[in-house]
Design a protein around this ligand. Structure first.
Ligand code: HEC
Length: 135
């Protein structure tokens, strides 16, 4: 039913509508230091639809995209952790479609990965958004 193609989606995110032109999570800067599993440095980009909702304090609408750059201690890019909210995709877990990309675009995880969802379920009441719940 949902034929999202990971490699194509990576090109969409990095070439067609580069996420690097999107706003950051409201009020935040680049390369925030934080712990595992996504650390030690993160930059969290949100697409304009998500940014507008977050700024207004509203729930994230369908079509929201969150793209987190995870950098190593030497600031080299380690991977991109991505979530897109798609109506009807996975109602049990907030309808999020998850991706973990290597810097070259190869996929480490895609779809409904149990490991991502299990940990992010700690923020079930915040639409599975862990960001802001820990430092
Ligand atoms: C062991 C717990 C854990 C696992 C497993 C995990 N995450 Fe996270 N994730 C976190 C935490 C904690 C944060 C908040 C980071 C911050 O505040 O900077 C986070 C943040 C994120 C964000 C930024 C938006 C948000 O939800 O806060 C994305 C995107 C993300 N994770 C994707 C993934 C993907 C994709 C996977 C699986 C490949 C995954 N995560 C697995 C704990 C986890």
């Amino acid at each position: 039913m949902f034929g999202l193609d990971g490699p194509k989606f990576f090109l969409y995110l990095t070439k067609d509508t580069p996420y690097t032109r999107w706003p950051l999570w409201p009020g935040e800067g680049r390369d925030r230091p934080a712990g595992e599993p996504h650390g030690p440095y993160r930059t969290l980009y949100v697409n304009p639809a998500a940014s507008a909702a977050l700024t207004r304090g509203e729930p994230l609408p369908f079509g929201s995209l969150l793209v987190m750059e995870n950098r190593a201690a030497d600031k080299s890019l380690r991977n991109l952790a991505v979530r897109i909210k798609l109506k009807g995709y996975h109602p049990e877990a907030g309808d999020w479609y998850w991706f973990l990309f290597s810097p070259d675009g190869s996929l480490q995880a895609e779809g409904k990965p149990g490991t991502c969802i299990a940990c992010h379920s700690g923020a079930k009441d915040r639409d599975f958004v862990m960001h802001g719940s820990v430092r």
